[in-house]
Structure formats: structure tokens, C-alpha cells
Design a binder for this molecule. Structure first.
Ligand code: AMP
Ligand code: GLY
Length: 437
């Protein structure tokens, strides 16, 4: 088969790497790709938002399957356009993508189909005073509230607030000063939840869903979950604190209700669905839906997937998904190396020193934002590299990831030193408790 992967980050590097393990792949292209991807796929110089450009390329090359990584082309309708032209695409259509592209749509959908989520209200420019009153009522009751811009903001549109003045400022920033443009024309204000966050990612054909191993992202820039939110500074999988009981709840109350709701609304869905959840003791709540693989979650869940990804994508396209995704009994942990300045304006064009060889039993190195010039790699994105460690347990995976980082350097390189720390502490506490029983 001839495959085109759309996107150019660490997620897409991982997708290309995993898809290429399938014997069905004959040729693989990536648009626009990056320096690392250029080593394993043919790079196509078309932006992932240039839907017409992608369509023309697919027609010219007679592409058999397009796998879409990022949310923006999905929300712009890449699937609708390619399918109208009889090109097979893995990724939901424009209507279904509203689950990610509109928080108002997603929250109202969750309410209608009784998918557990934080209590909320939605507001527009006509109801700014009501928005302030609702934020104030949550702050008085709980000490916190969460304000979210409706549209796509690439991780920058949600604010956890504990002060009245800040809440009012953000409401006005979004709806009066329009700091996030059209994305903030409507907002959701919701109750603040506490607990562990997890990313639950499944593949679905609209009838059935199969879950990958659960993972956890680290969204804040700095250690101990401090600093601004980012696209994700690291991840690990599987998670120690997700019990069988919680996973059963997630299956029944989140994914089954979601598929039921989509059918009721007559929305076709074939692709990946990602529930970002908060787990509090034995309860599980959806914070957000994404309509694609996570980044950097993909960098840890696909290395642990034993099954053939392409085979499952093709089964999903034929509405024939069947039970039985298989996984390696290992852990994987990814540390993102970021450019100086990220997540704000960041430096580019720094030469990257990389290890000569990588032992794939212990490490994988995916490129997030690099370019290759004269056989050397240079930084090009805010997130530059996704350094993965694989191990028999989380501790070994972490040690392997951080050991590889010792052999990587670029000027201004920043990374978190505590990826996986909470998970390892959880295991250690559990082991201590069980050994004293
Ligand atoms: P979202 O844009 O909805 O994915 O939210 C981004 C981040 O904000 C999440 O990963 C959480 O860390 C935090 N967040 C979102 N909603 C809530 C909530 N209701 N309670 C607590 N934290 C939240
Ligand atoms: N890791 C968060 C996301 O992909 O949205």
C-alpha cells in the first residue's frame, strides 16, 4: 500500500515508525514531516492545512490510505474532502471533529449522553455578566473554577483560576479583548476537579472501540507541574493507578456512551478518540475529547503496541474491528526536549548533537521539530525531540530515557527532570504497603 501520514511532529514520526512495521506498507510519505521523519519516509513539502495540496498529491501518487495526525486538518474537513474524492482516510470528519474543535459542543454532547464531566455553563458575548456571576459562584463554593475558550487553542485555551480578579480578566480577555480570536467568542466555565489526569486513547470504527494502554501527559513546562501549560513535556504508559474497575467505568460511561451518542446524532466516526480524564478516587470525569492520537502520548503507546497498527486501521475502515489489541508487557516513558523560550516565542536553527547509535531495546528517538540540512539536524519547533526509554517497569524506562538525554545537546535545550515521578512514587508506596501487610 501507498500511505500518506499528515503532520510533522513527534506523533507523526511515531506513526510512520509503527506503520512501517506492517508488511502491507510499500511506500510511505509524510506531509510536511520533519528532519527525523525524512530518514524513514519520503517527505512531501505540503503543509498539513493545505487540504487541496494534499488532495492533489494523493491523486497524483495514487495514495491508498491517508492517516491524519493533527486536529487542525481534521477540523478543516480533510476527511470530508478526501472521501468525496474516493480517497481512504483514517480520521474523523468535520462534524465529528467538533468534539475537539468546540468545547461547547463537546460539553453539551457529554451532558446529553450522560458522560461524566465537570458541571458547567456556556456563555457568549451577550452573556458576559452571567459568565462572571457563574465564575464567582464556583469560586465562592470551591475556591477554584476553570474557564475554557470554545475553539482550538493548541493547549493555550484552558485556565484554572482561584481569584475573582483573574477570572474576570480572563473572561474579558477572551470575549471582549479577543486575545484568542474567534476561539474565545464562546466560553465554557466549569467546576474544578482534582485528582490524577490520564489520557485514554482508543481506535474506533463507530461501532466498536479498542483501547490502547492508558498513558499520562505532563502538560506544564516545569518540574512539579509548575509554569505555563504546553503541548506536553513528557508522557509514560501504562499507568499504575488505573484499576480494572476504573477502566471498566471508562469503557461503559465514556466510550460506550460516546459511540451511542454519535449514532443518535447520526455522526459517522472512524479514527482515534482520546478522552483526557481526571480520576478522583473511584470516579472518572472527562476533561476533554480529542479526535486524534495525543502528542507526546503516541510516542509511548505505540512502542508498547504489539499488534499491527495498519491492520487495525484497515479493519476500522471496513467497520470490522475485533477484540484483541496486544501489548508488550513493558513500560515506555518519553521526555520532550524543548527549545529555549517554548511555549512562547522560541529559538530555532540550533545544531543538534545526537548519539551515533541507539539500542531499540532500550530507547527510541522521535523528532518533534527538527530539520535536516547537509546531513546535520537543526531545531525547528518549540518541542524538538521526544526521547523515549523502554524498560521492564516504569523506573527502568525512566532511567533509560534520561540516560540517552545525556548524549544529546542543543543550545538552550530545556526538559523536565521529573517525568514519571508521580507514577514511580505510586508504585513504591503500593509495594511498601503490600510488603507490610
Ligand atoms: P483542556 O484544554 O480541556 O484539555 O484542559 C487543559 C488542562 O487544564 C487539563 O489537562 C487539566 O490539567 C486542566 N483542566 C481542564 N479542565 C479542568 C477541570 N475541570 N478541573 C481541573 N483541571 C482542569
Ligand atoms: N498531549 C495532549 C494532546 O495531544 O492534546
Amino acid at each position: 500500500m501507498k500511505i500518506l501520514v499528515v503532520g510533522g511532529g513527534g506523533r507523526e514520526h511515531t506513526l510512520v515508525w509503527k506503520l512501517k512495521k506492517s508488511p502491507l506498507v510499500k511506500e510511505i510519505y509524510c506531509a510536511p514531516g520533519n528532519g527525523g521523519i525524512s530518514e524513514i519516509a519520503e517527505i512531501v513539502n505540503i503543509s498539513s492545512e493545505d487540504l487541496k495540496g494534499i488532495l492533489n498529491f494523493c491523486q497524483e501518487k495514487k495514495i491508498d490510505l491517508v492517516v491524519v495526525g493533527p486536529e487542525l486538518p481534521l477540523s478543516l474537513g480533510i476527511t470530508d474532502l478526501l472521501e468525496e474524492n474516493n480517497i481512504k482516510v483514517f480520521g474523523p470528519n468535520k462534524k465529528a471533529s467538533l468534539l475537539e474543535a468546540s468545547k461547547v459542543f463537546a460539553k453539551e454532547f457529554m451532558k446529553k449522553y450522560e458522560i461524566p464531566t465537570a458541571d458547567f455553563e456556556t456563555f457568549d458575548k451577550e452573556s458576559i455578566k452571567n459568565a462572571k456571576d457563574y465564575a464567582l459562584s464556583l469560586l465562592e463554593k470551591d475556591g477554584f473554577c476553570v474557564i475554557k475558550a470554545d475553539g482550538l487553542c493548541f493547549g493555550k485555551g484552558s485556565f484554572v483560576i482561584n481569584e475573582k480578579e483573574e477570572a474576570f480578566r480572563i473572561i474579558e480577555d477572551l470575549m471582549v479583548r479577543e486575545t484568542l480570536g474567534k476561539a474565545g467568542e464562546k466560553i465554557v466555565i466549569e467546576k474544578c476537579l482534582f485528582g490524577y489526569e490520564a489520557s485514554l486513547i482508543s481506535i474506533t470504527d463507530g461501532e466498536k472501540f479498542l483501547s490502547f494502554l492508558p498513558s499520562q501527559d505532563h502538560k506544564r513546562l516545569l518540574d512539579n507541574d509548575e509554569g505555563p501549560n504546553t503541548g506536553g513535556m513528557g508522557a509514560y504508559s501504562p499507568l499504575p493507578f488505573l484499576t480494572e474497575d476504573l477502566l471498566k467505568k471508562a469503557k461503559e460511561k465514556i466510550f460506550e456512551r460516546l459511540l451511542f451518542g454519535l449514532k443518535e446524532e447520526k455522526i459517522e466516526y472512524c479514527g482515534v478518540i482520546y478522552a483526557g480524564v481526571m480520576i478522583n478516587k473511584e470516579e472518572i470525569f472527562v476533561l476533554e475529547f480529542n479526535v486524534r492520537f495525543g502528542d507526546p502520548e503516541t510516542q509511548v503507546i505505540l512502542p508498547l503496541l504489539k499488534s499491527d497498527l495498519l491492520e487495525n486501521i484497515l479493519l476500522a475502515k471496513d467497520k470490522k474491528l475485533k477484540e484483541g489489541l496486544e501489548f508488550f508487557d513493558k513500560s515506555c516513558l518519553c521526555v520532550v526536549l524543548a527549545s529555549k523560550g517554548y511555549p512562547y516565542q522560541y529559538e530555532k536553527g540550533k545544531k543538534i548533537e545526537l548519539p551515533r547509535e541507539i539500542d531499540e531495546e532500550k530507547n527510541l528517538l522521535f523528532h518533534s521539530g527538527t530539520e535536516k540540512k547537509n546531513n546535520e539536524f537543526y531545531t525547528k519547533g518549540g518541542r524538538v525531540l521526544s526521547v523515549c526509554g523502554i524498560g521492564k517497569d516504569l523506573k527502568e524506562a525512566k532511567d533509560n530515557a534520561y540516560s540517552l538525554i545525556e548524549n544529546i545537546y542543543f543550545e538552550g535545550m530545556h526538559f523536565r527532570k521529573d517525568i514519571g515521578k508521580k507514577g514511580i512514587e505510586y508504585y513504591e508506596k503500593k509495594n511498601k504497603t503490600s510488603s507490610t501487610l
